[in-house]
Design a protein around this ligand. Structure first.
Ligand SMILES: C[S@@+](CC[C@H](N)C(=O)[O-])C[C@H]1O[C@@H](n2cnc3c(N)ncnc32)[C@H](O)[C@@H]1O
Length: 255
């Protein structure tokens, strides 16, 4: 079985759209994974994934890099705190937010911390999703090493985390603000009426066609005036076609 046939079968068997990932990058990742696990061919890999559910979960875990951290790109988070959230909160008192491809949770928890500070205990709807079940289990636990909290101020560490040795555990008051669920951005339908959608550092793994498709779906999922927050190395070339306007670096507003 060659790589093309492997991708075709994965779509049929698991509804996993590997065709939408950048081919060379994906192939390299899978081949190095196969070397590590002593799997000789794509045929053998496919057989393993169909026979062993755990192997499939591990496979999803390795599809892309899971790296994340709290307040990643601090300048952009400063913009969210000083400009974006205050403007959104002027129009409505509770917000509907989606952190898509949230990895092990620092992104939605960073949002939850800001909202707690800015709206003093008011509950907002904060959805967070990822394709990878294992990483969502880690997100629900909410335990992070020092590198992942390096942009969190000492005051916030004190207020929103409990220290356990070299790790920091997010407090329950912040955890209960976030609803985690499994969601595949390439295959599954999107929600509606979001005031803010954050999707950062994942579309870099997708082909240009897939990027266009999902950016269009994100735009449709936003409410009028809603904000789309993307990663520092990402770009939406056709944002005007999608009914978006540029507000600040990494931020687009639905017209
Ligand atoms: C590098 S992390 C980004 C985490 C966070 N957004 C940030 O910027 O810090 C990329 C995440 O995308 C997820 N991912 C990959 N393909 C996906 C897909 N088709 N649908 C949803 N999530 C996906 C991975 O599981 C991984 O957790």
């Amino acid at each position: 079985m060659d790589f093309t046939e492997f991708k075709r079968r994965m779509l049929g068997q698991f509804r996993l759209d590997l065709q939408s990932y950048k081919e060379n990058q994906l192939k390299r990742r899978l081949e190095s994974m196969m070397v590590r696990q002593k799997i000789a061919s794509f045929g053998e890999l496919y057989k393993l994934l169909t026979e062993d559910r755990m192997a499939y979960e591990t496979f999803l875990d390795q599809l892309t890099i899971n790296v994340s951290e709290f307040f990643r790109d601090p300048q952009r988070w400063n913009d969210i705190q000083k400009t974006i959230l205050p403007a959104l909160l002027q129009n409505r008192s509770t917000l509907k937010i989606w952190s898509a491809a949230c990895s092990n949770g620092p992104e939605p928890y960073s949002l939850a911390i800001l909202l707690d500070e800015m709206t003093h205990g008011k509950m907002h709807r904060l959805d967070a999703s990822d394709i990878d079940k294992n990483i969502l289990s880690a997100a629900a636990i909410g335990k992070y090493n020092q590198d992942m909290v390096r942009n969190v101020s000492p005051q916030r560490l004190q207020k929103y985390f409990t220290r356990e040795g070299n790790y920091y555990l997010v407090n329950d008051a912040i955890k209960k603000r976030v609803n985690f669920k499994r969601h595949d951005l390439l295959i599954e339908p999107y929600g509606q009426g979001y005031d803010l959608i954050v999707c950062r550092n994942v579309t870099i793994y997708f082909t240009r066609e897939a990027q266009d498709r999902i950016n269009s779906k994100f735009s449709q999922a936003l409410t009028a005036g809603g904000i789309f927050f993307i990663g520092g190395s990402e770009m939406i070339f056709n944002y005007q076609e999608l009914g978006l306007e540029k507000v600040l670096p990494c931020f687009y507003r639905k017209a």
